[in-house]
Design a protein around this ligand. Structure first.
Ligand SMILES: Cc1cc2nc3c(=O)[nH]c(=O)nc-3n(C[C@H](O)[C@H](O)[C@H](O)COP(=O)(O)OP(=O)(O)OC[C@H]3O[C@@H](n4cnc5c(N)ncnc54)[C@H](O)[C@@H]3O)c2cc1C
Length: 476
C-alpha cells in the first residue's frame, strides 16, 4: 500500500465533506439538497457574503443579539464549500499578525488580542455544546514538536514568546515528555497549550448553518455575489439591499471585482489515512488527541480523527498563477507523495499504511500576514479574514467583532472590548501584480523547503539564514 494507491479519493471537496454526504445518504437515501438560491431582489438589515465560519458566526451572533434583524447569507456554492469544510480541524488560539500588532499598538494591546483568542477556543466549544452541534470536539490542546536542533531552538524561543503574551498555562517538554504524549520519531522537545481542540470541520460548518437558519437567518446557496457596493450585494438572481454588506469570502476574495490583489489565495493540502489498528495506535501513542504540528519552516499540521485516522496537511502547491482558486480540491500527485512522506517521517511505524482521501483548499493571506476585521462606517461595507491558516477559531472572534461593530455603528450598542482590539480596521497594502506575486510565493516556499532540508542535514542549532531572509522578504 502506498500514497499512489489508485483507490485514494482525490478532491471531492474534502474527506470531511464526503463523510457527511455519505452519512446523509445512509440516513435518508440521498445527498443533502442545497438551499434555494436567492429568488429575486430582496431587502435585509445585514447582507453576509460567504457561508463559511466567518459569515455564519457573524450571522449567528448578530441574530442572537438582535432577533429582529433581517440577515441574509449569500453563498456561491454551499455552506462549507470553502476552507471551513476542508481544514485540519485545529481549533486553536493562534492569530496571524499578533507580533506585528504588538509593534504597531504596543505589547499590552497584543496581549488583549491573545487573551481574546484563548477565550475564543472556549467560546466555540461552549456554543457547539449549547446548539447541540456534534463536531467531534476534543479539547486536548495543541502540541508542537521540534525534530532538529534548529527547530528546538525556535521552539524554545516560541514558547518563551507565548508566555510573554500571557499564556502562563503553556508547558514545555523534553524528548521524553514529548514521547509520553505522542511518539514522533526523533522528537527533541515540544510545547503544549491547553487552548486548543480537535474538531470535524464539516460537521461544525454544517451545524452552524443549521443553527443560524433555526434562529431565523435567511441562507441562500448557489448564489454567487458578483459585486458589493455600498448598500447592495449584487447576484445574477437579484440584488440584496442592506445598509451593511459584509464580505466573508477569505481565500476566494481575489475572485470578487476589484479585489484581485487584496488577499493572496494560498493553497493548503491534506491527506487522511485509513483507520489505524490498535497495534498502530499503540506505536504512535497520542491518547490526548492533541492537534499536532511541527516547527519546520514549511510546517505540517495533523489531527487524530474521531474515527481513528490521522489527517495531516501542509502547503503542497502554495499558489496558482493569477490568484486562481481550485474547484473541487484536486491535489497533484507530487503533493500527496510529499505529505505521505512527511507522515512516515513522523511515524515510521505506519510504513505501508493506506490513504483514503486527499484534498486541497484556499485560505487568505494579506500582504503583511495580519488577520483583520474592518467596517467602513461611511459605506457600511465590512469584511473579516486574512487568517493565514489560523481561521477556525479566529473566524469566531471575527464574527463577534463584526457584530459589535455593526451594533455600535447602527447606534444599538456602545463600543466593546472587542471593537478595541488592535486588528480592528487594520489596513494592509495590496499584493504585487503578476508575475511578481507568483514568483515571490514560489520563491518563498522553495526557500522554506531548502531551509528545512539544510537544517536537517547540518544538524546545527541555528535557524537557516535562507529562512530568515525569506521571512524578511515576505514581510512576516
Ligand atoms: C486545507 C486547509 C487546512 C486548514 N487548516 C486549518 C486548521 O487546522 N486550523 C485553522 O485555524 N485554520 C485552518 N485553515 C484555515 C481556515 O480553514 C480558514 O481560515 C477558515 O475556514 C476561513 O473561513 P471563512 O468563512 O472566512 O472562509 P471560507 O470557509 O473559505 O468561506 C468562504 C465562503 O465564501 C463563498 N464565496 C466565495 N466567493 C463568493 C461569492 N462571490 N459570492 C458568494 N459566496 C462566495 C465560498 O464558496 C465559501 O463557502 C485551513 C485551511 C485550509 C484550506
Amino acid at each position: 500500500m502506498s500514497s499512489a494507491d489508485s483507490t485514494v479519493v482525490n478532491g471531492g471537496i474534502s474527506f470531511w465533506h464526503a463523510q457527511e454526504v455519505r452519512k446523509a445518504r445512509e440516513a435518508g437515501g440521498k445527498a443533502p439538497a442545497p438551499r434555494p438560491h436567492l429568488p429575486g431582489d430582496a431587502h435585509a438589515d445585514v447582507a453576509v457574503v460567504g457561508g463559511g465560519y466567518t459569515g455564519l458566526w457573524t450571522a449567528y451572533y448578530l441574530k442572537k443579539a438582535e432577533p429582529s434583524l433581517r440577515i441574509t447569507v449569500l453563498e456561491r456554492e454551499f455552506c462549507g464549500y470553502g476552507a471551513s469544510g476542508r481544514n485540519g480541524g485545529w481549533l486553536y488560539n493562534g492569530i496571524a499578525g499578533r507580533d506585528r500588532y504588538a509593534r504597531l499598538h504596543g505589547h499590552e494591546a497584543a496581549v488583549r488580542l491573545q487573551r481574546a483568542m484563548n477565550d475564543t477556543v472556549a467560546e466555540v466549544v461552549r456554543v457547539t455544546g449549547e446548539e447541540g452541534i456534534d463536531a467531534d470536539v476534543h479539547r486536548g490542546g495543541v502540541l508542537e514538536v521540534a525534530r532538529t536542533p534548529a527547530q528546538l531552538t525556535r521552539l524554545r524561543a516560541y514558547h518563551e514568546t507565548e508566555l510573554a503574551y500571557g499564556e502562563e498555562d503553556r508547558e514545555l517538554y523534553d524528548a521524553r515528555g514529548t514521547a509520553e504524549r505522542v511518539r514522533v520519531a526523533g522528537a527533541l522537545g515540544a510545547t503544549w497549550t491547553p487552548h486548543g481542540a480537535r474538531l470535524h470541520p464539516a460537521k461544525l460548518v454544517r451545524g452552524l448553518a443549521a443553527a443560524v437558519e433555526a434562529l431565523g437567518v435567511t441562507v441562500h446557496e448557489n448564489t454567487p455575489v458578483t459585486g458589493t457596493v455600498p448598500g447592495r450585494a449584487v447576484t445574477p438572481y437579484g440584488t440584496v439591499r442592506a445598509p451593511y454588506v459584509l464580505s466573508c469570502t477569505e481565500g476566494f476574495t481575489a475572485g470578487l471585482k476589484g479585489q484581485r490583489r487584496t488577499w493572496l489565495p494560498m493553497n493548503s493540502s491534506m491527506i487522511v489515512t485509513r483507520p489505524l489498528t490498535g497495534e498502530q495506535w499503540e506505536a504512535v501513542g497520542w491518547e490526548g488527541r492533541e492537534t499536532l504540528g511541527d516547527m519546520a519552516h514549511a510546517y505540517l499540521y495533523a489531527q487524530r480523527t474521531a474515527d481513528g485516522r490521522i489527517a495531516l496537511g501542509g502547503r503542497g502547491n502554495p499558489y496558482r498563477y493569477g490568484s486562481r482558486t481550485d474547484a473541487g480540491g484536486r491535489t497533484r500527485a507530487a503533493t500527496v507523495r510529499e505529505l505521505y512522506e512527511a507522515l512516515l517521517r513522523l511515524f515510521p511505524a505506519l510504513s505501508g499504511i493506506g490513504l483514503d482521501h486527499t484534498w486541497s483548499g484556499v485560505l487568505g493571506v494579506p500582504r503583511d500576514w495580519c488577520a483583520a476585521v474592518t467596517l467602513d462606517r461611511a459605506t457600511g461595507l465590512g469584511r473579516a479574514g486574512g487568517y493565514v491558516g489560523s481561521g477556525v477559531a479566529t473566524a469566531n472572534l471575527a464574527g463577534r467583532t463584526l457584530r459589535d461593530l455593526v451594533r455600535h455603528d447602527s447606534g444599538q450598542a456602545d463600543p466593546t472590548d472587542l471593537t478595541a482590539l488592535p486588528w480592528v480596521n487594520h489596513r494592509t497594502r495590496r499584493w504585487e501584480p503578476e508575475p511578481l506575486r507568483w514568483l515571490g510565493v514560489q520563491g518563498l516556499y522553495a526557500a522554506y523547503r531548502a531551509a528545512d532540508r539544510r537544517e536537517r542535514a547540518a544538524g546545527g542549532a541555528g535557524s537557516s539564514r535562507v529562512a530568515r531572509v525569506a521571512d524578511r522578504i515576505a514581510g512576516r
